[in-house]
Ligand binder design. Structure first.
Ligand code: GDP
Ligand code: MG
Length: 196
């Protein structure tokens, strides 16, 4: 089992926290829910194991908050690449402390954003990383709100295909295609950072 870092980027209010919390806790959390409400406004980091193609890895998901998404701290988080990071000792089986695996951190960024912000986020990620070889998934959110739709599927699909990026339309509320996003990222990460 390895652990990969995911950064969720996008404008405020697009649904980054709802998407993240649906993936990590499998609930549709309201920002006004007193038990988790505060985490909606703040930057939070979550951990979840993920099983993809019969193999288990884990994701460390950083849910960024609004205008803070490109603070220098986040830039460091985004910039850090596998080869420069120390290994970390993780227990993978609570019942057998002898079963441990050495895990290296990789990086990836995923995008949840208004259309006009996606292009600038993409540029910033490539600048920070110094390469275009970065696992990214473009995510459309709130697909249950059909009447409030502003961007057509075909518009964003053609943009994503021009960039050669996978695109998913999701609803955190209805749990539509949320896992697909993180499974796609996990597959990309395995290819980008093959085990030594
Ligand atoms: P963030 O600022 O990007 O983290 O956005 P939030 O996750 O806080 O979501 C902003 C608002 O959109 C909140 O009121 C959410 O309840 C709502 N929202 C988020 N995802 C969905 C969704 O899939 N469907 C619907 N109907 N509303 C959503
Ligand atoms: Mg949020």
């Amino acid at each position: 089992m390895r652990q990969f870092n995911v950064v969720v980027l996008g404008a405020g209010g697009v649904g980054k926290s709802a998407l993240t919390i649906r993936f990590v806790r499998d609930v549709f959390a309201s920002a006004y829910d007193p038990t988790i409400g505060r985490s909606f406004w703040r930057q939070e980091q979550y951990h979840r194991p993920i099983m993809v193609d019969g193999e288990q890895d884990a994701l460390e998901v950083l849910d960024t908050a609004g205008a803070e998404q490109f603070t220098s701290l986040n830039e460091v988080y985004i910039k850090v690449i596998k080869s420069t990071l120390p290994t970390r000792h993780l227990q993978t089986n609570a019942h057998n402390s002898a079963v441990r695996s050495w895990i290296r951190f990789g990086f990836q960024a995923s995008l949840v954003s208004d259309l006009k912000e996606v292009e600038s986020l993409r540029k910033q990620i490539f600048r920070i990383k110094g390469t275009e070889n970065v696992p990214i998934v473009v995510v459309g959110t709130k697909s249950d709100l059909v009447n409030e739709r502003e961007v057509t599927t075909s518009t964003i699909e053609s943009l994503a295909s021009r960039w050669s990026l996978p695109f998913y339309e999701t609803s955190a509320k209805r749990n539509w295609h949320v896992n697909d996003v993180f499974e796609d990222l996990t597959r990309q990460m395995r290819i980008r950072y093959p085990p030594e």
